[in-house]
Design a protein around this ligand. Structure first.
Ligand code: NDP
Length: 292
């Protein structure tokens, strides 16, 4: 039976180490969170990010714009935050209200403050192996794999299912940077189950509920399930739903060596890695030594 890797526990450890790191810094890193509109889910996410930031001893600034804000107003706000020397990290909460171009707005963020790691410059730095801010969910996935197998992932066969710009590609590149042998699968991949069976570490990042079955796994493989899918749960009552991953947990658990649950796996790591990135951004920008 697989060991469960608790993203909640690992995220708490990351948060504690960020708090310890912040205490050793010569100044206080600052994260600016930009919320456009009044989407209730986005408001909750932003509140969590602000609370997380303050809990680890950093400063947060919340900037809000109404849903009627224009593209120029959003970009002007980002530009002000770019110029504000007190601000180390800028996070633009997505999605933006209809009519606004998120990609164009993201590109306005100074790459040195891009704590979500989403700008083209951050992607370029990742591809080139240069110092930079890496996307949070992929970073969290690598940390979870290390929790299962130890810090040295060198030579491990990794299969990432999904090639999105936000998740699949950066995840593959981060495992490559750990000297893993990485294969990226996608919707045109032939014999996906057979390919998955070659993986020491399997990272489904697809968005298809319970797609990966137990017989897709090499016995003992580590499954880092990035997918988050809401499905009907009539067993919980009429109209009820629940969250599941891209892996069929019950089917995979007896075969895998380690597996992350959904919820409570990769999800919590994304928030923790944002805090880590804010410390990194502050250290790179201000010339502070990055704590271990
Ligand atoms: P996208 O829809 O952008 O990408 C999905 C990828 O899966 C594509 O590359 C697609 O291939 C591939 N795919 C689709 N169907 C199949 C199939 N049948 N077989 C193999 N590959 C397939 O999604 P995202 O990358 O944005 O997100 C993926 C999942 O991760 C979602 O469930 C999302 O909710 C979750 N997520 C979780 C986060 C977290 O914090 N845990 C953060 C962000 C996302 P192709 O390119 O050929 O179309």
């Amino acid at each position: 039976m697989a060991k469960r890797i608790s993203g909640k526990d690992v995220a708490a450890d990351v948060k504690a180490s960020v708090a310890a790191a912040v205490r050793t810094l010569p100044g206080q890193p600052t994260l600016a969170v930009v919320l456009v509109g009044d989407d209730p889910a986005s408001e909750v996410y932003v509140r969590h990010k602000v609370t997380d930031t303050e809990e680890v001893g950093m400063r947060s600034i919340k900037k809000t714009l109404p849903a009627t804000a224009t593209q120029a107003e959003v970009e002007a706000l980002i530009s002000d935050l770019n110029q504000d020397d007190e601000v180390d990290g800028i996070l633009l909460q997505l999605p933006l209200p209809n009519g606004l171009d998120a990609n164009q707005a993201i590109e306005c963020i100074d790459p040195d403050k891009d704590v979500d790691g989403l700008t083209e410059a951050s992607a370029g730095r990742l591809v080139l192996g240069k110092t930079g801010l890496r996307p949070c969910t992929p970073t969290g996935s690598v940390i979870l794999a290390k929790r299962a197998l130890g810090d040295n992932l060198s030579g491990k066969n990794v299969v990432v299912i999904g090639r999105s710009i936000l998740v699949g590609k950066p995840t593959a590149l981060l495992f490559l940077a750990e000297n893993c042998t990485v294969t990226i699968a996608h919707s045109k991949t032939k014999d996906l189950p057979g390919l998955c069976r070659t993986a020491d570490i399997l990272v489904p990042a697809v968005g298809r509920p319970q797609m990966v079955k137990g017989d897709w796994l090499k016995p003992g493989a580590v499954v880092i399930d990035v997918g988050i899918n809401r499905i009907d749960a009539p067993e919980r009552g009429e109209g009820k739903t629940r969250l599941v991953g891209d892996a069929d947990f019950a089917d995979c658990e007896p075969v895998a060596g380690h597996i992350t649950p959904v919820p409570g796996g990769v999800g919590p790591m994304t928030r923790a890695c944002l805090l880590q990135n804010t410390v990194k951004a502050a250290c790179y920008r201000r010339g502070w030594t990055l704590p271990d």
